[in-house]
Ligand binder design. Structure first.
Ligand SMILES: C[S@@+](CC[C@H](N)C(=O)[O-])C[C@H]1O[C@@H](n2cnc3c(N)ncnc32)[C@H](O)[C@@H]1O
Length: 199
């Protein structure tokens, strides 16, 4: 089932999505599923292809979850220096096992994007749709990143166009300059390609 069909069929919350990822991860670790069986696999693959011109390394992926499908598919675009961050310790433990099983070599750190203090180590900071589950958390994440980066880093921010997840379209301009906007997940979400400033 595609992400579009799942969202139309039933409202999925960020919490339900995390639980789904953990359940799927256990099936993958038990060899009952392949990564390409992940229900949103095709949606992610197409979205990342469209976002790929703005990827660079080292890349920090914020909110990787138990199935870090975005970082996994990002690595198909010749980006190998990837660090994944998640606030949820269980997601990190399972996500690390998935990465190892797929013979990928990413760092996985546990931290809160609102408090993390090493953003300037990266050239590309990629923020998952569900990293920050309220508009205030999104504001705090953007503010924390904005304080630490310079004009060189690219920040990729996924934002919902439906009520199911957070829409940052009204606040993102307060923190970053937008250099491109890309429709993703069949037009249900958008990726904002941002810089702190354009020089
Ligand atoms: C369900 S995942 C979706 C990401 C998806 N697996 C991918 O590869 O694109 C979103 C993750 O963001 C994490 N998250 C939410 N708020 C966060 C924060 N403030 N800092 C770091 N991670 C956060 C959640 O714990 C969750 O695991």
């Amino acid at each position: 089932m595609s992400l579009t069909r799942l969202i139309i069929k039933e409202v999925i919350t960020a919490e339900e999505d995390s639980i789904y990822e953990k359940k799927f991860a256990l099936k993958l670790l038990n060899n009952k599923k392949e990564i390409s069986d992940f229900e949103f696999y095709d949606d992610y693959k197409k979205s990342i292809k469209d976002e790929s011109e703005y990827l660079s390394e080292p890349l920090l992926f914020v909110g990787g979850g138990a199935i870090p499908i975005s970082p996994i598919l990002i690595s198909e675009h010749n980006i190998n220096n990837i660090t994944i961050m998640d606030i949820d310790e269980e997601a990190k433990i399972i996500g690390e096992k998935i990465i190892k099983k797929l013979k990928l070599n990413f760092d996985f750190i546990i931290d809160d994007a609102i408090k993390y203090n090493n953003y300037s180590k990266f050239n590309c900071i990629f923020i998952a749709l569900e990293a920050g589950i309220t508009i205030n958390q999104k504001k705090e994440i953007f503010n924390n990143i904005n304080k630490q980066i310079s004009s060189k880093e690219t920040v990729i921010v996924r934002s919902s166009k439906t009520d199911d997840f957070i829409d940052v379209s009204n606040i993102i301009y307060n923190y970053f300059k937008i250099i491109d906007e890309i429709d993703i997940f069949n037009g249900l979400s958008k990726s904002y390609i941002c810089k702190k400033e354009i020089i």
